[in-house]
Design a protein around this ligand. Structure first.
Ligand SMILES: NC(=O)c1ccc[n+]([C@@H]2O[C@H](COP(=O)([O-])OP(=O)(O)OC[C@H]3O[C@@H](n4cnc5c(N)ncnc54)[C@H](OP(=O)(O)O)[C@@H]3O)[C@@H](O)[C@H]2O)c1
Length: 324
């Protein structure tokens, strides 16, 4: 079978397609024929070993795990002797992300049954694969860290990428009034995924907005909390999802500490990737057409380098999918 290998950190030329034997599941695992995966900023960090703190878990000088890919959708082809929840032929999806076990950019993977969620028949493997990392991050940021309430004004900075396009749809699902921050040419797209208002970050600094928000979801990390306070309601919460630099990360840590007992606060979104019930929730909403999978472009596994280049170079609407 084919699998994507990275033997060192570097640019996307380090990604090579190699032949390997099909893995054999242990007693609690299933063997999955991978039908689709996606690219996340997380995968880019693991290819490049950048930002540096990534290497604390992924390997200081060289990657500990030379495979890659965390989002996964596929079909079960074989099961271990103690597997009880799934059978051959079941269509499943999951998030493998733990920095060292990721191997979804492969023809086959073995996964512990506890991590898997049944894919509804009404959504494709490509659509299901968009959900795990981006969808879970958006859901947990808006619902759990942001504690959204119906009627609240929500600002989403970075609204049209992988996490942002889910966050807009999820905030609407929970009754939020959503302002999407994105570039000029994304206006129509932002409204199409449910945004009520639009701020063009190439023309207007969101910090000068006269509007006050109850909840800010920041996927970009290009504003300090001291700036966000100007557009945050007195009891508002700012959820930090993405970071622009290590110094920004440190500053956010300090702001979280300083505001921990304040009404107007900043919190860190640290998504739990193995939340099966959250994956089921999102898949159900997608099956019921309450949330849509937003796929910008699909690449085959053999074009993995081009797929990563596209992910980095283009201003995406939603996700880049890797198909068989
Ligand atoms: N905390 C967690 O658990 C967690 C989990 C997953 C991801 N993340 C982080 O979340 C971030 C986003 O991930 P993603 O997969 O959504 O990436 P992505 O698909 O590349 O999206 C990034 C978004 O940021 C926008 N953007 C760039 N510059 C901007 C600016 N100056 N003002 C406003 N928007 C701007 C982009 O819009 P344009 O293309 O129009 O510029 C795009 O919509 C990454 O930093 C990732 O590491 C965190």
């Amino acid at each position: 079978m084919r699998t994507v290998i990275k033997e060192k950190y570097g640019d996307y030329q380090v990604l090579k397609l190699k032949e390997r034997p099909i893995p054999v599941p242990n007693e609690k695992q299933v063997l999955i024929k991978v039908r689709a995966s996606t690219i996340n900023a997380y995968d880019v960090h693991l290819v490049k070993g950048d930002p540096f703190p990534v290497r604390m878990t992924a390997g200081l000088c060289r990657p500990k795990n030379n495979q890659l890919g965390c989002d996964l959708a596929g079909v079960i082809e074989n099961i271990g002797s103690k597997v009880t929840k799934f059978k051959k032929g079941d269509e499943v999806f999951t998030c493998l992300a733990d920095g060292n076990g990721d191997d979804a950019y492969s023809d086959y993977v073995c996964v512990n049954e506890e991590l898997l969620t049944l894919k509804p028949r009404g959504i494709s493997h490509e659509e299901a694969a968009t959900i795990p990392m981006a969808g879970l991050t958006a859901l947990q940021s808006v619902r759990d860290f942001g504690k959204i309430q119906p009627g609240q004004k929500v600002l989403i900075n970075g609204a049209t990428g992988g996490v942002g396009s889910f966050a807009v749809q999820i905030a609407k699902l929970f009754g939020g009034i959503v302002t999407a921050v994105c570039r000029t040419e994304k206006e129509e797209f932002a409204y199409s995924i449910g945004a009520d208002y639009f701020i063009d970050y190439t023309k207007e600094n969101l910090i000068t907005s006269r509007e006050k928000y109850d909840l800010i979801i920041d996927v970009v990390g290009n504003h300090a909390f001291s700036e966000y306070k100007k557009v945050l309601n007195e009891k508002g919460t700012c959820v930090m999802v993405g970071f622009s630099s290590i110094s920004h990360m440190i500053k956010v840590g300090w702001d979280i500490f300083r505001t921990r007992n304040k009404q107007q606060k900043i919190v860190l979104s640290f998504a739990k990737n193995s939340q099966v019930e959250d994956l089921e929730f999102l898949a159900e909403k997608m099956n019921d057409k309450k949330i849509n999978a937003i796929i910008d472009q699909t690449f085959s596994l053999s074009d993995i380098q081009q797929a990563f280049q596209y992910f980095e170079a283009e201003h995406l609407n939603g996700k880049v999918v890797i198909s068989e």
